[in-house]
Design a protein around this ligand. Structure first.
Ligand code: HEC
Ligand code: HEC
Length: 362
């Protein structure tokens, strides 16, 4: 005649607590300042990354906040059956993306699109997230995979209950936010801080910039990389959409992957592109992971762009909506040079940085 409901939490028996250093690692701009070529306009038409910073005034990165975010990012307790963490689909060695075309969620089901690389997610002017920009901010975005029926499958209520039952979260929340209270709003802010801390500044291309932010490409690159750099910013037109010194995109575009759009994305087949930094290590490419290599991507832009009503004007051969798709007609040597240039974006420091790695020992 009477019922009582209560939740029973049984943690997976292979879980361990995180191991963190006694003194906080640095994530804030104070501890790890952005280099000049990110923090101011470097000149040469590249534009600066900082102008596209989407950090809200209410959620600047702090060392304790990003530390909590790091633990949350790697914690499998954020999924319904303790099987997946954010890092299952966003792996550091692959620039926080996944090698599978589609990723597997907590119960083994596949995601609808390819996992996005998270390098330099901090810099995107519109501040919207996902391939189709459906999240209005990063703070909004980070709570969605947790609740997604395929990805992590947890309600925010259950999330709070689970985190409260651990030995380590109350102290981490206190360090980050001043009290031991665990709320989904705080989870969202801490995760967003950690994702914004995933800034890559130590690739070969970064070494082309002096302390004053001025680039010396001829002094840094091989002849092949230099040719690639010139094509990227010049005739091949890549920088028109993948711009600034962080190689981020500006807005969503329809790039003519198909003549008939099957996934409307942000509308009319338009998609956001992640920063091209570390692109070498995060194949496969595009929102559906259709290309297995950078060579295939470059071949696509060279001669594979398909006409469709929403095709971006920058990828048409002439003015007006009836102009055919652009054909770059690059030589073999030029296509190889573009790929070589994209590989100067690979940042081994970032891909192995202990600050960004899992705090859960295996
Ligand atoms: C099961 C795999 C999976 C898990 C788990 C997962 N993600 Fe993702 N993530 C994806 C996929 C797939 C996309 C692209 C989905 C889309 O755009 O429709 C994505 C997109 C994103 C983006 C958008 C990046 C951008 O530039 O717009 C962010 C940020 C992100 N994930 C962070 C996280 C965080 C934080 C967690 C943990 C709370 C997480 N993800 C858990 C697969 C996953
Ligand atoms: C009109 C704007 C535009 C131009 C010009 C452009 N791109 Fe893109 N690029 C995009 C968009 C948008 C995406 C994401 C498309 C998708 O997934 O549907 C993308 C995706 C990519 C990707 C895959 C990224 C990933 O994480 O999967 C690579 C690599 C790339 N572009 C390289 C280039 C190169 C090299 C050039 C020059 C030859 C170029 N782009 C020119 C807009 C553009």
């Amino acid at each position: 005649t009477a019922t009582q409901q209560f939740r029973i939490v049984v943690f997976g028996n292979d879980l361990v607590p995180p191991t963190l250093p006694v003194s906080l690692l640095g994530y804030s701009d104070g501890r790890v300042p952005l280099p000049r070529h990110f923090s101011q306009n470097a000149g040469g038409g590249a534009g600066s990354a900082i102008a596209a910073d989407n950090t809200p005034a209410t959620n600047a990165i702090t060392d304790a906040g990003a530390t909590l975010g790091r633990v949350l990012f790697y914690d499998r307790r954020l999924s319904r059956n303790d099987r997946v963490s954010c890092a299952s689909c966003h792996q550091q060695q692959f620039a926080f993306s996944d090698t599978a075309r589609l990723s597997r969620g907590f119960a083994g089901a596949l995601t609808a699109r390819h996992s996005m690389g998270l390098t330099n997610a901090r810099f995107y002017t519109g501040g919207r997230f996902f391939w189709d920009e459906r999240a209005a901010s990063l703070e909004d975005q980070v709570l969605q995979p947790i609740q997604d029926a395929t990805e992590m499958g947890l309600t925010l209520d259950d999330l709070q209950t689970k985190l409260s039952l651990t030995t380590y979260y109350p102290a981490l929340f206190e360090a980050a936010f001043g009290s031991r209270e665990i709320t989904s709003d705080r989870v969202s802010r801490a995760l967003a801080q950690f994702v914004r801390a995933l800034v890559s500044v130590d690739a070969k291309i970064d070494r082309a910039f002096g302390p004053n932010g001025v680039p010396n490409f001829p002094g840094t690159f091989t002849a092949q990389e230099l040719l690639g750099q010139q094509l990227y910013t010049g005739r091949a037109g890549c920088a028109r959409c993948h711009g600034t010194t962080a190689h981020i995109s500006d807005v969503t575009h329809n790039t003519g992957l198909d003549a008939t759009v099957t996934d409307a994305g942000a509308g009319n087949g338009r998609f956001k592109a992640p920063s091209l930094r570390n692109v070498e290590v995060r194949a496969p490419y595009m929102h559906d992971g259709r290309f297995a290599t950078l060579e295939q991507v470059v071949d696509f832009y060279d001669r594979g762009v398909q006409n469709n009503p929403g095709l971006d004007p920058r990828l048409r051969a002439g003015p007006g909506p009836n102009a055919p798709p652009l054909r770059l007609n690059l030589t073999r040597e030029e296509r190889d040079a573009l790929v070589a240039f994209l590989k100067t974006f690979t940042d081994r420091t970032f891909l192995t940085d202990a600050r960004l790695a899992s705090p859960f020992a295996r």
